[in-house]
Design a protein around this ligand. Structure first.
Ligand code: 3HC
Length: 292
């Protein structure tokens, strides 16, 4: 039996990542329902997505008509029960295991299609833990996007010991054929491929600044000019969010007990001080406007 290509998508969370995923799905002609926990968060999420669509028009990537069409494909809700008819749900809330488990438990009860894909955009939480919150862990998979989602072409696909082949094929086909993303597969290990390599690099850069080895500016300049990276590690930490980098590092350390994954005190202090990077207006650098 063939299973329909996914056209009805639900995104849980409209922060930086959820908004980006919702936008690329709507631009790829999917019918997109975005969930946020309250009306205020729905308004903020809607504004975030529409600002990015506007930016697409002003940078010449989208026509006015394409923006209007994408806007019409986006609906918002603060009631997860509205996800009953979704063929794909992508959870993209904060990197908090208990909160994600709650969402998966709820999605499992709501999403009716037994072949629906229940995906997490987690960076570091093993997908099996989320699958075990459901009665049908065969539907659960990791689909990990990269920030900014409209720009970066990768999706890491993470199957667990029990993800069904049909769900895995359906998710891969959606990422590749519908969204036009490139897909790499990773084992279900905290950090998957990209963060297992990226996070120790970001933490090493923070340790360099912490120890006075080099300034944040010079570390970033070195990696941009010396290695042709699009941005240096401290600016990238600001983009990802210091709280998110800390949460990922904590999970990776919990899994591997590798000292390089342990968040350095400077990162902890900055998170405690609310210096979360671009989204809070200050991290290793200062920002005028809130993050888009
Ligand atoms: N939405 C849509 N488009 C955007 C965008 C956004 N939020 N931000 C930038 N762009 C587009 C711009 O429109 C521009 O397009 P154009 O070249 O066609 O005009 C292009 O991207 C370049 O943007 P800018 O000129 O404004 O700025 P930069 O050249 O400095 O690029 C950047 C910004 C795209 C963020 C680039 O620096 C970059 O790719 N940095 C690395 C980002 C990265 O490594 N991300 C991965 C983080 S890890 C992760 O997400 C995983 C998680 O689990 C932690």
């Amino acid at each position: 039996m063939t299973i329909d290509q996914i056209s009805r998508v639900g995104i849980v969370g409209a922060g930086q990542m959820g908004a980006g995923i919702a936008e690329v799905c709507a631009r790829a002609h999917a019918d997109v329902l975005v969930y946020e926990a309250s009306r205020d968060l729905v308004s903020a999420g809607r504004a975030r997505i529409f600002r990015s669509l506007d930016r697409g028009v002003s940078s010449g990537k989208l026509t006015e008509r394409e923006r209007e069409q994408a806007s019409c494909r986006l609906r918002f809700t603060s009631d997860l029960d509205d996800f009953a008819d979704r063929q794909l749900a992508v959870e993209a809330i904060v990197e908090d295991e208990d909160a994600k488990i709650e969402i998966f438990r709820a999605l499992d009860g709501v999403v009716a299609d037994p072949d629906a894909v229940l995906a997490s955009n987690t960076s570091s939480i093993p997908i099996m833990k989320l699958g075990m919150a459901t009665a049908n862990a065969g539907r659960v998979i990791g689909m990990h996007f990269f920030n900014p989602v409209p720009v970066l072409p990768l999706v890491e696909l993470v199957t667990t010991l029990v993800t069904s082949d049909a769900v895995s094929r359906r998710a891969e086909s959606f990422a590749y054929d519908v969204l036009g993303k490139q897909v790499v597969r990773s084992a279900d290990r905290s950090g998957f491929v990209v963060n297992a390599l990226l996070v120790p690099y970001l933490l090493s850069a923070i340790r360099m600044v912490e120890s006075g080895f080099a300034t944040a500016d010079d570390v970033d300049k070195a990696m941009v000019l010396g290695c042709a990276h699009p941005m240096g590690p401290l600016k990238l930490t600001d983009l990802v969010g210091l709280d998110t980098v800390k949460a990922i590092a904590d999970k990776m350390y919990e899994e591997f007990k590798e000292p390089l994954y342990s968040p350095p005190p400077l990162l902890l202090r900055m998170v405690e001080a609310g210096r979360l990077g671009k989204k809070s207006g200050r991290g290793f650098y200062r920002y005028d406007a809130p993050a888009r």
